[in-house]
Design a protein around this ligand. Structure first.
Ligand SMILES: [Zn+2]
Length: 620
């Protein structure tokens, strides 16, 4: 059952029903693609044939002459963009490297659309690499639907990256990015990124998929199985058919993609989450996989944690499937490498499951704004894991900060506004999208406060679920939640490679005062928190706001507010009444900011006498 209004309903509701939640980036429309697919697998040559009836609804204000489709499998051929890119990037992904160019022809991937009709009319379908263009015999007017019929043959590639047959642990079919998938068209236009192995963007729609599969195989995937009694393999009460084909019928509503996996050795168990979806766990029946016994209870807690901290999970099912490589998120399911210890299996599951929110139901264009998917997913994953394993509670995002700052120090950073496919190095993409994206969200608490940040995340869900938000939308939610102006924070974090580094350069203790000199060594201007511990152990907290936020985060009890530090001023002096010989002074003691050099954040005066301390080389 749908727990959200269906997309068409949302779209026909007048703006007043959506109220003030709409902001500049959301134009009030989005396309819809509803698929019915009939798939027949030929397991031995790793080929299949497909028939699709696609109802495509043009909610845009534009007339469309043609509709492009992703044909991802075509990436797995020598000379493809993914192949050449993988061999020429400075720091190749070891999972890909030169594996595509070395695939024998019977292990290539391909999709060949041989029949295309629009309504009853034959239509032209032309393929270039991983994108195919369907010419519409008649332009599709705004508000109109069109029924598209495609038939194709495909060869599943030997598993190189994500999809394919025979992954490293012997799962036979990881069927992801496997069918002609309509490209997204939004108020920014078409998004026909040729596939090179990175991020995705998709249209919400309903999927009705029937897969004819040799009886030996168990299937798990996106959607809810409609005929468990026919399928055996522990799904229904009935016996497992021993020969011939099983027709697996899945239905999924309001999803941006459909993925599945199949293997003869799969076993299957389920767990009902209290007040939430049914979790399915599907993996090979290998006794070394003990971690899979303990995973379900923890996965249920992750589902509940994300539901509380982001918003309710809207689909009735979620499935963790062994397959692919590493871990990869899909609607209502994930494929993960299965042979792992418990901590690793929980870590990957917690990450991929969190994508259900940021990839599946917020569904930002990941190619353009990879940090809003990978970064936010990583953030909530780290929060959950810290609670679940009761570890790194003082800084659950330790690894993200470390990874990001290593890149900053190496000078290898590229702006987060870079298109995911176009980073110069894999490392700058990965560290930017995952680690800096996680830092961006965590560090926001240094600007607006933890409470506003956390409430802002729930508000982001409430206002933007199923609407493809972009960076401005997210910024506006956080601005409305905090009452602060956040242009500068997002501009610097997204469009520059400037970082935070605030130094204490001098401390002077006189008979009746204490002076602390600060210098902004990194160009990213953030508010500064100053923590002072007097010789007698008394602690004092001070907050120095940035002028550009036009306000400051709520102060903690006992925390004192100091005058603003304009970003134009490289230095700042804190003048405190009272002599504090022997005090300890620390900037950002709570470690909210990704301060690139913490060695200059703390000064411990050596004795209880009046003195002047200056950092070497820091005597401005
Ligand atoms: Zn991810």
């Amino acid at each position: 059952m749908k727990r959200f209004p269906s997309l068409p309903l949302l779209l026909v509701l007048p703006l007043l029903a959506l109220g003030l939640s709409l902001s500049a980036q959301y134009p009030g429309w989005q396309q819809e693609a509803d698929y019915t697919m009939d798939i027949t697998m030929d397991a031995e040559p790793h080929q299949y044939s497909g028939i699709m009836e696609l109802v495509y609804t043009n909610h845009s204000p534009d007339r469309l002459d043609r509709i492009p489709f992703h044909l991802f499998f075509n990436a797995f051929q020598p000379g493809s963009m993914m192949d050449v890119r993988s061999r020429n990037i400075v720091d190749p992904d070891r999972r890909v490297g030169d594996r595509i160019v070395n695939l024998p022809e019977d292990e290539w991937g391909w999709i060949r659309v041989h029949t295309a009709r629009v309504g009853k009319t034959e239509a032209e379908f032309t393929t270039q690499g991983t994108i195919g263009w369907l010419d519409l015999p008649k332009a599709l007017a705004p508000g109109k639907k069109v029924r598209i019929h495609l038939e194709w043959d495909a060869q599943v590639p030997r598993q190189v990256r994500r999809s394919g047959w025979m992954n490293a642990q012997g799962v036979e079919f990881s069927m992801t990015q496997w069918y002609p998938k309509a490209c997204e068209y939004d108020h920014h236009g078409w998004h026909t990124n040729p596939y090179i192995g990175r991020e995705f963007h998709g249209i919400w729609g309903d999927f009705d998929v029937t897969i004819h599969m040799p009886a030996a195989y168990m299937i798990g995937g996106t959607g809810v199985l409609q005929n468990p009694e026919d399928c055996g393999h522990g799904y229904g009460e009935g016996p497992t058919p021993t020969d011939g084909m099983i027709d697996w019928h899945f239905v999924a509503e309001d999803v941006i993609d459909f993925a599945w996996a199949a293997d003869p050795d799969f076993v299957h168990k389920t767990l009902e989450v209290e007040g939430g979806p049914t979790l399915h766990f599907i993996h090979q029946a290998d006794t070394s996989y003990g971690a899979w016994e303990e995973l379900p209870a923890i996965a249920a807690r992750a589902m509940q944690y994300y539901g509380e901290h982001v918003g309710p999970y809207p689909w009735e099912q979620y499935t963790v499937i062994e397959g692919g490589d590493g871990g990869m998120e899909y609607p209502m399911c994930t494929l993960v490498r299965g042979n792992r210890n418990l901590r690793s299996l929980v870590g990957v599951t917690a990450h991929e499951m969190a994508h259900a929110w940021f990839q599946g139901l917020l569904a930002t264009n990941e190619s353009l704004h990879e940090w809003m998917d990978e970064g936010f997913t990583s953030w909530v994953e780290s929060e959950f894991l810290a609670e679940e394993f009761n570890e790194s509670r003082d800084q659950p995002h330790y690894w993200a900060y470390g990874g990001y700052l290593n890149l900053v120090r190496d000078g290898g950073e590229e702006p987060l506004s870079t298109h995911a496919d176009h980073y110069v190095t894999n490392r700058a993409y990965g560290t930017g999208a995952y680690s800096k994206g996680e830092v961006l969200l965590n560090q926001l608490a240094a600007v607006i406060g933890q409470e506003a940040r956390d409430a802002g995340i729930r508000r982001y869900y409430d206002e933007w679920a199923f609407k493809h938000p972009g960076p401005i939308d997210f910024k506006r939610v956080m601005e409305r939640e905090s009452g602060l102006e956040l242009d500068t924070y997002f501009q610097y974090m997204l469009n520059s490679t400037h970082h935070v580094d605030v130094a204490i350069t001098a401390v002077r203790v006189t008979e009746d005062s204490t002076f602390i000199d600060l210098e902004r060594m990194g160009k990213l201007p953030l508010p500064v928190d100053l923590h002072i511990t007097a010789a007698d152990g008394q602690v004092m907290d001070h907050h120095i706001p940035q002028v550009v936020t036009q306000g400051h985060r709520p102060l903690a009890k006992g925390e004192a507010l100091l005058p603003v530090w304009p970003w134009t001023h490289p230095t700042y002096t804190v003048a405190l009444a009272g002599s504090m010989p022997g005090c300890t002074v620390e900037v950002d003691a709570a470690k909210w900011t990704a301060d690139a050099d913490r060695s200059n954040n703390r000064v411990e005066l050596s004795s209880g006498v009046l003195q002047e301390w200056r950092r070497e080389g820091g005597n401005r």
